[in-house]
Design a protein around this ligand. Structure first.
Ligand code: MG
Ligand code: MG
Length: 247
């Protein structure tokens, strides 16, 4: 699917709302805050901008953000978990503007975190940007995952296989899937107007995952820390344009 200029204008607006939700949640994510407080801050941005949530009600998901602390990889449900000094917290959220979607995530430290946690977050974010750099017309889809994987594994970390990035546009999750690893084939040619959410999930230990009894929260099987960074990006004539940065 290739998006035209009018569609991309709406996706840029959705992306700016997501960036503002990130800023608002980052502000609140201090020791003593609950993950429900993060959800509340993100909701206030959606209301202020007249945007809709693509997370709320998604297969019954009860919030506008996913909040995943420490060994939780993705899909944590905001609630009474209270952030404490030394935690890392992954915050994933999205917005819909005039029917077009944005989706992005980041991981941050709460107070003073361990050197390992710092390194994991730094490497995961760097792996995302390495993947984004591959989003040039003429490259292949799986050049993205190959670049992500190389950065993560060179640092001694592992990439999650069961959860992947995705196409995005008039739905949050569209084809194709965008794995964070080399799947053994190059995949389709990248063309201007294609929009993907690229979202490496990187574990300090092994790549295996377990879903908790709530049916949502995905954690590392070995209890190791996990980080998650995501942007929504369009392949443009001039290279990748990230739609979910502030501006
Ligand atoms: Mg996301
Ligand atoms: Mg996503």
């Amino acid at each position: 699917m290739r998006r035209n200029a009018e569609e991309l204008a709406k996706m840029r607006r959705a992306g700016k709302v997501v960036a503002e939700m990130h800023a608002a949640t980052r502000e609140v994510a201090k020791p003593g805050a609950t993950t429900a407080d993060l959800d509340k801050a993100a909701r206030a941005v959606l209301d202020k901008r007249g945007a809709q949530s693509n997370f709320l009600g998604y297969h019954g998901f009860p919030a506008v953000v996913c909040t995943s602390p420490n060994s939780m990889i993705v899909h944590g449900i905001p609630g009474d978990y209270r952030l404490k000094d030394g935690d890392i917290i992954s915050i994933d959220c999205g917005a819909i503007v005039e029917g077009y979607h944005g989706d992005a995530a980041f991981t941050m430290g709460v107070g003073q975190v361990s050197p390992l946690a710092e390194e994991l977050m730094r490497v995961t974010e760097r792996s995302l940007w390495a993947g984004i750099a591959q989003m040039e017309a003429g490259n292949r889809l799986h050049d993205i995952g190959r670049a992500v994987q190389a950065v993560a594994e060179e640092a001694g970390f592992s990439v999650v296989r069961e959860y992947v990035g995705h196409g995005i546009g008039t739905a949050m999750h569209e084809d194709p899937q965008v794995p964070n690893y080399w799947p053994g084939r190059p995949g389709p040619l990248l063309k201007p107007g294609m929009v993907f959410a690229v979202e490496p999930m990187v574990n300090a230990g092994g790549p295996e995952t377990v879903t908790l009894g709530d049916g949502w929260s995905v954690v590392t099987a070995d209890g190791s820390l996990s980080a998650h960074f995501e942007h929504t990006i369009v392949v443009s004539d001039d290279g990748p344009e990230v739609l979910t940065t502030p501006g």
